[in-house]
Design a protein around this ligand. Structure first.
Ligand SMILES: NC(=O)c1ccc[n+]([C@@H]2O[C@H](COP(=O)([O-])OP(=O)(O)OC[C@H]3O[C@@H](n4cnc5c(N)ncnc54)[C@H](OP(=O)(O)O)[C@@H]3O)[C@@H](O)[C@H]2O)c1
Length: 286
């Protein structure tokens, strides 16, 4: 039986959609914090396990009868790392055979500006040290996050970001979820690492050009200095932490942290991932 955590989140939903198409619901369990968000899963026959990463007893209950766990990384809370450790410890106590974790595809974890990303590699280290069989899905920045970074009115505002000419090998979250499910359904859990990225890396000039070609509206990209960008966000009343995180993401992009490409996603999907243009059409609903 496979337990998917974060099952009512966006990536977890995509993983479970594919799992439900390709295997019996009796083989699937979902860790959820709020059962009201999981009525669809329950109706389809998925076993709901109520709990959260900071409730050890709930994790022990959730692991009963489970062979593989997909730990979907939690949010940006201060105790997120300990929460991941709690899931790993519970999986070990329950004798789970395989622990899969959604990490991040970044070129050099030792030189990251965005400290939020470091916990992914600390979690990987903890899983390796646990002795559990593991699979790491190192996911690239979701193409879906473009909407957040460029803002919803990008056709009017253009793109202003402190990302220099840095590139990102974007992939759609839904395709990464599908690929994760495909890998989970293979029997093998031999300490593998998958780098899920698109086939090509794109700059924000490329994103702007794609938006222009789709809509016929001229969209430009201006690479602003981080200090100027931060001042603009402060003026708009954006909280300090959000400013810090956005600049962290953009600094890492400008340093090429998100630009490496791999064919792992295409292999796991059995097809090429969507192009930048088609991905943008889907994300911006154009
Ligand atoms: N590669 C990227 O570009 C990228 C971008 C954003 C995030 N991420 C990472 O990937 C993860 C999944 O992405 P997503 O888009 O699916 O995010 P999401 O929609 O926010 O889903 C996160 C899931 O984690 C669950 N969760 C959070 N804290 C938990 C806790 N303490 N105990 C139990 N469950 C908990 C949430 O439960 P509820 O449904 O109850 O809220 C939700 O189901 C994120 O959490 C983040 O770590 C990656």
């Amino acid at each position: 039986m496979i337990l998917v955590t974060g099952a009512t989140g966006q990536l977890g939903t995509a993983v479970l959609q594919t799992l439900l198409q390709k295997t019996s619901a009796t083989q699937l369990a979902a860790l959820v914090r709020d059962e009201h968000k999981a009525t669809d899963l329950q109706a389809q026959g998925v076993s709901l396990r109520l709990g959260s990463y900071d409730d050890l007893a709930s994790l022990d209950r959730a692991m009963q009868g489970i062979e593989k766990v997909l730990l979907i990384s939690g949010g940006g809370e201060d105790d997120a790392l300990q929460q991941h450790y709690n899931v790993v410890d519970a999986a070990k106590r329950a004798g789970v055979q395989c622990l899969a974790y959604t990490s991040r595809a970044l070129k050099d974890p030792t030189t990251l500006a965005n400290q939020l990303m470091v916990r992914h590699f600390q979690t990987e280290d903890y899983i390796r040290a646990s002795g559990l069989g593991y699979v790491f899905f190192r996911n690239i920045l979701y193409l879906d996050t473009l909407l957040l970074f460029t803002g919803p009115n990008v056709l009017e505002t253009g793109i202003l970001l402190p990302a220099g000419q840095g590139k990102v090998a974007y992939a759609l979250r839904s395709e990464m979820g599908e690929a994760i499910a495909n890998v989970l359904l293979q029997a093998d859990c031999a300490n593998r690492i998958y780098h899920f990225t698109g086939p090509e890396a794109y700059s924000f000039d490329d994103v702007a050009a794609a938006l222009t070609s789709i809509t016929g509206k001229e969209v430009g990209y201006t690479a602003v200095e981080p200090t100027v960008f931060a001042a603009g966000m402060q003026q708009r009343g954006v909280p300090e932490l959000a400013i810090e995180r956005t600049i962290g993401f953009m600094t890492d992009i400008s340093h090429g942290q998100e630009a490496e490409v791999s064919s792992d996603l295409a292999t796991a999907l059995g097809r090429q991932p969507v192009s930048l243009t088609d991905g943008i059409r889907a994300v911006y609903k154009l």
